[in-house]
Structures are given as C-alpha cells and as structure tokens.
Design a binder for this molecule. Structure first.
Ligand SMILES: Cc1cc2nc3c(=O)[nH]c(=O)nc-3n(C[C@H](O)[C@H](O)[C@H](O)COP(=O)(O)OP(=O)(O)OC[C@H]3O[C@@H](n4cnc5c(N)ncnc54)[C@H](O)[C@@H]3O)c2cc1C
Length: 438
C-alpha cells in the first residue's frame, strides 16, 4: 500500500519509460518529514502509513537502506556491505517482513565460534578461549548489575593470553576495543543468540521494504530550523516546511553537526558524541575451486592479536569468502585505501591454508563505512559513562522534533531491526501527540 501524501505533493521518485529514475521537485510543505531512508526512516514511514498525515522521507543518497546495502559482487554472489544477520531473530521485526515480502530466510547457525580444519586454532585452544571470553562477559555483567559504569576493558583478567582476541571480538561487536565500551551499555543489549540470514541479502530486503514509501532521494538535509511555528528544513534540493520531523541520521553526523539545528540542540550533539559509531568493514573474495572449503565454514585470521579478520567460508555455499574487520585495525585498513581489506584477507588466509590459496582468491568488493559521508562509521556503542545517552538522544524536543535510528534503541541498538523499531516508536510518538500545525 503506498503512503498517503497530501494531494498537493507530487510523487518524488518516478521511473521514465526507459526505467531511469526521474527526480521530481520537493513539496513545499508536509505534516511529517523523515530524515534518512535507512531501516529507522522506513520503519517510521510504514508506521505513519494509515495515519492520515502527509509524509516525506528525505534521503541524501540515491538509494534507500542506508547501512543496509546489498550488491551483486559477481554473478550469483549477493554481498551485504552492511548488515547481513537477522540478530535475535526470534524478536526481530524483519523476520515477519521478510516472510511477507517472500524473502527466503536461511536458519543455518552462524559459524563464528568454529575454526574450519582447526587451522592454527585447535579445539582445546578454542574451548580455552571461549571459557576466557565467557568469564570476561560474566565479570562485566556482574559489575554492571552492581550499578555504576566503567570501561569494559577493566574486566579483562590481567595478563590473560586471550585478552587481545577478546578485544578483537569487541571490535566485531562494538566496532572498537573494550576501553571505549560502557559495561552498562553492554549489559543493556539483548541478544537471544538466534541469528538468521536472508538469502537475497538484508539490503535487498530493505529496498523491497522501502519501495512503497514516499521518498525524495538525492536530498541532503543541511539545516533544521525549528525557531518558527513550522519547522523549516533546508536541503540540497530546496527548502520545505514540516509540522513534525523525525531525525534518523547516524550519530556521527549529529556529533559532527553535519546536520545543524536552529536553535542549536547541544544536549543532542553531546548525546550523539557519547554514542559514536565504531568501524566495521566487510570484504568479498571470489574463490576458485570452492569444493576445497566447507560450506558456511569459518576461519579466524590470527589468535594472539587484535589485528585480525574473521572469514566466513562459502556463505550459503557460494564460491566466495566474506571477511569481517573491526576497530582500530579496520580504520587503518580503510585509511590505507581501496583493496587493503582484500590484500590483508588474502595474506591471513594464505598463512592458515597455504600458498596455493593466493592464486585461488580474487578481490570482488569491500566496504569503507568510516569514509562514507552519510554513515561515518558502522554502528553505535556507548562510551564508558554514556549508556544513558541513548534515552537522551531518543527524547522528543518541543513535541515537534523526534529522534530515531539504531543508536536510540534501548536494547537492540547497533542493529537493523533495532533501527526499524525505533522509527516505529518515533512515529507512534507523533500519532500520540495529535497536534499537527498546518
Ligand atoms: C559492516 C556492517 C555490518 C553490520 N552487520 C549487521 C548485522 O549483521 N545485523 C544487523 O542487524 N545490523 C548490522 N549492522 C548495523 C545496521 O546496518 C545498522 O544498525 C542499521 O542499518 C542502521 O539503520 P538506521 O536507519 O539507524 O541508519 P542508516 O541505515 O544509516 O540510515 C540513515 C540514513 O540517513 C541518510 N542520511 C544521512 N545524512 C543525511 C542528510 N544530511 N540528509 C538526508 N539523509 C541523510 C543516510 O544516507 C541513511 O540512508 C551492520 C552495519 C555495518 C556497517
């Protein structure tokens, strides 16, 4: 069902007879302007669908999905540059959406705790590591329950040989090492440990989810002026007025004041600074002779250091390897330029499986989320002492400015479903407010 946009508002994305997208002019006024067409913005737009309010989603990119983005890395190889896993799948709102939109869900268990062929990481060592990791989580959780906040690295056992790899796990989960992570925030995250995937890609699912929404693509918002009776929004394609605004852009853009507010909102900027996006990136390698490796296998590129990749072998049985890097190391590889993730991955895999693999692996694609101007990182974590910033960022301002996005979600932050749910929550706040100024 398309969203109801007031009759005066022309459709904003339209296809020509040849299929290319035509850019239409912006409406001069709407009831609700949603800024950002990622999971949060689309969740908000869907929740407003039957509200009777005119809605527009203003998106800087030429596509929907934000940090959900599937590309065809090679014929038959769908590659999610951003989110790929339906985390906490038994509580994940995208599971029902995927079913409705006829996207096949794959329930194969993630191989993250395995090491194919025991390469450089035999079972006894893995068990020892898992015991150290679980003990660390228990200590941090107990400390969080006692109240107060602290940096998570304080709960590493001094001198434990697995500490560098526990930091590496944090770089995958939080996008940063443990000294940057609040134990209260870690404890607040809800992980049901059920993780599924969408065969055609999480980003492709987001594109289908966004298809009926009223979108203005290629429309970068630069200023939200809430000094007058209606909110004035300045964009790269002109100015429009709105009664209510839902802001869903990533925290790093609010922290950097890439979107400005007038009057300024220092509490929001400070909250966003307490919830920075860490760095995580993915790389896809084509694999010749795929039968040499197990379907949905896994390799950890190193064990005694933090600077390592995690490699998913033949995801869905495809002839490829998907690598994942996080934290300081990912940032360094991004800064090293295009191809650095692929080169590092091939070196790490060759060190584990032998030099034959150098000729069997070919770079296909890689992400660089920290260098992406409309993301500036991967997903949010709370700095020590800043777990409460999620609620500060989520709080409405003057009944007119509403805030959503993964970072505002109290329990599923850093995920796509948490983002979507937060958009729905912001839309419900608007519906509950019932005071539209036209
Ligand atoms: C490498 C990686 C792996 C991940 N893996 C997973 C996973 O497996 N499972 C999972 O659930 N999550 C994962 N995530 C996180 C997930 O992708 C995000 O949490 C989620 O997509 C965020 O949605 P959002 O709507 O909050 O933000 P975004 O998707 O970032 O959407 C915000 C939108 O605002 C737009 N925007 C920015 N500035 C402006 C502006 N000035 N004007 C107009 N528009 C603007 C952006 O272009 C963007 O489209 C991963 C992320 C990354 C990077």
């Amino acid at each position: 069902m398309p969203h109801r946009v007031r009759d005066t508002i022309p459709p904003l994305t339209k296809r020509s007879a040849h299929g290319e997208s035509l850019i239409m002019s912006l409406p001069s006024a709407v009831d609700v302007a949603i800024i950002g067409a990622g999971a949060a913005g689309l969740g908000a737009a869907h929740a407003l669908e039957n509200s009777g309010l005119s809605v527009i989603v203003l998106e800087a990119r030429d596509r929907v999905g934000g940090r959900a983005h599937t590309i065809l890395a090679a014929p038959g190889i769908a590659f999610d540059l951003g989110c790929g896993w339906l985390h906490s799948a038994d509580k994940n709102s995208f599971v029902g959406i995927a079913k409705q939109l006829k996207f096949e869900i794959d329930k194969t268990r993630p191989p993250w705790r395995e090491q194919s062929f025991d390469s450089g990481f035999p079972l006894s060592e893995r068990q020892d590591f898992i015991a150290a990791l679980d003990a660390f989580y228990d200590r941090a959780e107990e400390a969080a329950q006692r109240g107060g906040d602290d940096m998570a690295s304080r709960y590493l056992e001094p001198g434990n040989r697995w500490n560098p790899m526990i930091h590496a796990i944090s770089t995958f989960v939080n996008g940063c090492e443990l000294d940057q992570v609040s134990i209260q925030d870690m404890a607040a995250y809800e992980d049901t440990e059920i993780n599924w995937r969408v065969r055609r890609g999480y980003g492709a699912l987001m594109t289908a989810y966004g298809a009926p929404c009223p979108l203005a693509l290629n429309t970068e918002v630069t200023l939200i002026d809430h000094s007058g009776p209606r909110v004035r929004i300045e964009t790269s394609r002109g100015t429009l007025a709105a009664s209510k605004v839902i802001v869903t852009v990533p925290t790093n853009l609010i922290a950097d004041e890439a979107i400005r507010f007038h009057p300024a909102l220092p509490a929001k900027v400070e909250a966003a600074r307490g919830l920075p996006l860490g760095v995580d990136d993915k790389v896809m390698l084509a694999l010749e002779d795929p039968k040499a490796l197990p379907k949905d296998g896994n390799l950890r590129g190193a064990t005694m250091r933090t600077a390592m990749g995690s490699f998913h072998l033949r995801p869905f049985g495809q002839p490829c390897i998907e690598g994942f890097f996080g934290g300081t190391f990912a940032r360094e590889l991004e800064d090293a330029g295009d191809g650095a993730f692929a080169a590092e991955s091939i070196d790490q895999i060759v060190a584990l499986l032998g030099s034959d693999f150098r000729r069997k692996l070919k770079p296909l694609a890689e992400s660089r989320w920290a260098h992406d101007p409309f993301a500036r990182g991967a997903y949010s974590h709370a700095l020590p002492g800043h777990a409460g910033d999620r609620a500060v960022l989520a709080a409405p301002v003057d009944g007119r400015l509403f805030f959503a996005g993964e970072a505002t979600c109290p329990n599923f932050f850093s995920t796509a479903h948490g983002a979507r749910d937060s958009g729905e929550r912001a839309a419900q706040e608007i519906i509950a407010a019932k005071s539209i100024t036209r």
